[in-house]
Design a protein around this ligand. Structure first.
Ligand code: SF4
Length: 221
């Protein structure tokens, strides 16, 4: 089984971009010059950095940890969980600080409402896989909380979702190792992409993104 070093870890939150469009992910995560645009897309990195790394509290049978850093050597991903609830259960793992045994339950907060695609579920499942590896436990479920609907949507971490996370992480590393930004078939989904103004002209002219941005900078007053 491949194991990645910490230096090779990719951002776990990139899974949702990768699942939306391989090219968008590569522009953001491989071609670092797009970082500014990335921040305007969805504020994910800001969002991640806004976590309170040290918040943990116990209320009754529930320990709540916010901003927990997670990583997986086998996936080669690292990131942070918005919230991990540790629920008191007999078959759980022991938490020395709080006494008793607990099962982790990751909860990710999202703006908007539930999406048709699997982007958010993939990200949450990757968090669960990291937690399983770090804590040597099994996690069968987590939840996505959507701010628009103010509802928790439970997500089952079934084999198909786990497999999708593993193969996407592998594909991301393959692109990253080659520093390759793939060309993809454009579609109506491009309308939702904040990188379309920089991406589409490049795709159509078949020039490199680097070449395009150099031209844009030369044209700038
Ligand atoms: S414009 Fe379309 S093809 Fe280009 S990165 Fe965005 S979603 Fe992908």
């Amino acid at each position: 089984m491949t194991e990645y070093t910490e230096e090779e870890y990719l951002l776990l939150s990139g899974l949702q971009h990768f699942s939306f469009c391989r090219r968008q992910w590569a522009l953001i995560h491989i071609e670092q010059q797009w970082q500014e645009n990335f921040l305007t897309i969805d504020g994910e990195i800001k969002h991640e950095h806004a976590h309170d790394d040290h918040f943990a509290a116990k209320r009754g049978d529930l320990v709540t940890v916010r901003g927990m850093a997670v990583a997986s050597r086998t996936l080669g991903l690292s990131g942070q969980c918005d919230v991990v609830e540790f629920r008191a259960e007999e078959q759980g793992i022991s938490l020395a600080r709080y006494g008793g045994t607990y099962v982790p339950y990751p909860v990710e907060y999202k703006r908007g409402k539930p999406k048709q695609d699997d982007c958010d579920r993939l990200q949450l499942c990757a968090q669960a896989l990291c937690l399983e590896e770090m804590l040597a436990c099994e996690i069968s479920e987590g939840a996505l909380y959507y701010l628009e609907t103010r509802r928790r949507e439970p997500v089952q971490f079934d084999d198909a979702l786990r497999q999708a996370v593993c193969s996407m992480a592998k594909e991301m590393h393959a692109y990253y190792q080659r520093r390759h930004t793939p060309k993809v078939k454009t579609g109506t989904f491009c309308r939702q992409c904040s990188l379309q103004e920089i991406c589409l002209p490049v795709l159509c002219k078949r020039s490199s993104a680097g070449e395009y941005i150099r031209k844009r900078l030369e044209e700038a007053p």
